[in-house]
Ligand binder design. Structure first.
Ligand code: NAD
Ligand code: ZN
Length: 389
């Protein structure tokens, strides 16, 4: 089959690889009909996530048709149309039974690597390094799905791939980011990053009762997309974000701040260059300008929600500001399984059509070029959907 493979930092290729096969009774094989490139994939492309190996198949946002099931899967049949949550979860451990699906204790066969770094291992993830399980991803013609009696979620035929594909990741991610803000009616929520995750966070914040959302980025078409959802906007490179937010919130600061940028933040300030030099010298793992700024800007007693991915150790995080202002911090890989049914209902009822975010559609062969287009925000690119067949 054809698959999008990571061959090294900034080296992504479409290659011929062996078809996946059932390895365990609870596996299923999905013939992928649609798959997307995520901002998290850019961290792999740019070499920010350790334990990638040449030849690894990328992709964690995918859906398709079940073409084979293991003997232990009774909930799915050949021909079922499913979306596949990006965290792999067993459905039975403490974490799965407490709706903490991305913390599943049984789905990472390489848990020891993650434990050395994090103390405890998160769940396995599709196409996201050996530290996260070494699973082949879904930017391919076929994918093996472990714990297929738990993860794949059947979707109704009257909804198109483009309407439901983002239930695998970015829609629940934006939603959980907003839910983590503890929004009370009328709250002002500031969102750093107007990529796909930021776009869903903005819409979810309004849905959960925010009175105003202030969206921060520097890419005009992304800010424009935020405006269409009713957000006010700031340019992270042009505006003095702290002073503007303070002025826009009657001197208090936003009630909640969402960091939908993560470990590859760009910035107009000195700390950006400090992070840049340190990460290039392998003395730091993440660039954290957004995280620092969001802590600085948040109102006293407010909430900081962090859907943006961080990987390792960060210095110059203003812990004193977070502590002395009494902030609440919430974060994590999304517990996709928890949100799927509720968000599918929102789509079915017509309240939201997630396909608004798609700007590029292409055959899988175009993936290497489109990774670059998406990373460099060229050609108005906000979200890429690939067709493997
Ligand atoms: P993206 O790269 O398309 O979007 C990031 C946006 O942040 C870009 O528009 C960029 O211009 C903007 N940005 C960069 N520096 C900024 C700054 N200093 N201030 C304001 N904006 C700035 O990616 P995406 O797909 O939207 O993903 C965003 C983040 O969410 C990534 O870190 C990704 O890994 C993460 N993510 C997390 C989960 C999860 O489960 N928590 C799931 C999906 C994605
Ligand atoms: Zn993703």
């Amino acid at each position: 089959m054809k698959a999008v493979c990571w061959e090294g930092t900034n080296d992504i290729r479409v290659e011929r690889v062996p078809d996946p096969a059932i390895l365990n009774p609870r596996d299923a094989i999905v013939r992928v009909t649609s798959t997307a490139i995520c901002g998290s994939d850019l961290h792999l492309m740019d070499g920010f996530i350790p334990t990638m190996k040449a030849g690894d198949i990328l992709g964690h946002e995918f859906m398709g048709e079940i073409v084979d099931v293991g003997t232990g899967v009774t909930t799915l049949q050949k021909g079922d149309r499913v979306i596949v949550p990006f965290p792999i979860a067993c459905g039975q451990c403490y974490f799965c039974t407490h709706d903490l699906w991305s913390c599943c204790d049984n789905s990472n066969p390489n848990a020891a690597i993650a434990e050395a770094l994090y103390g405890f291992s998160p769940s396995g993830l599709f196409g996201y390094s050996h530290m996260m399980g070494g699973y082949a991803g879904g930017q391919a013609q076929y994918a093996r799905v472990p714990f297929a009696d738990v993860g794949p979620f059947k979707v109704p035929d009257h909804l198109t791939d483009e309407q439901v594909l983002f239930l695998t990741d970015i829609f629940p991610t934006g939603y959980m980011a907003a839910e983590n803000c503890n929004i009370t009616p009328g709250d002002i929520v500031a969102v750093w990053g107007c990529g796909p995750v930021g776009q869903f966070a903005i819409r979810s914040a309004f849905h959960l009762g925010a009175g105003r959302v202030i969206a921060i980025d520097t890419v005009p078409e992304r800010l424009q997309m935020a405006t269409q959802a009713g957000a006010e906007t700031l340019d992270s490179m042009e505006d003095d974000v702290f002073e503007c937010l303070k002025a826009m919130t009657g001197g208090l600061g936003p009630d909640a701040c969402i960091d939908a940028v993560g470990m590859e933040a760009h910035g107009a300030h000195l700390d950006y260059w400090y992070d840049k030099v340190k990460t290039m010298a392998f003395m730091a793992t993440d660039r954290a300008s957004t995280l620092r700024q969001a802590i600085h800007c948040c109102r006293k007693g407010g909430t900081l929600s962090i859907p943006g991915v961080y990987g390792g150790f960060i210095d110059k995080v203003p812990m004193g500001a977070a502590f002395n202002k009494g902030l609440t911090l919430k974060m994590g890989q999304t517990h996709v399984h928890k949100y799927l049914p509720e968000l599918l209902r929102l789509i079915e009822s017509g309240r939201i059509d997630p396909s608004f975010v798609i700007t590029h559609r292409a055959p899988i062969e175009d993936a290497p070029q489109l990774y670059k287009t998406f990373r460099d925000k060229q050609d108005g690119c906000v979200k890429v959907v690939l067709k493997p067949h």
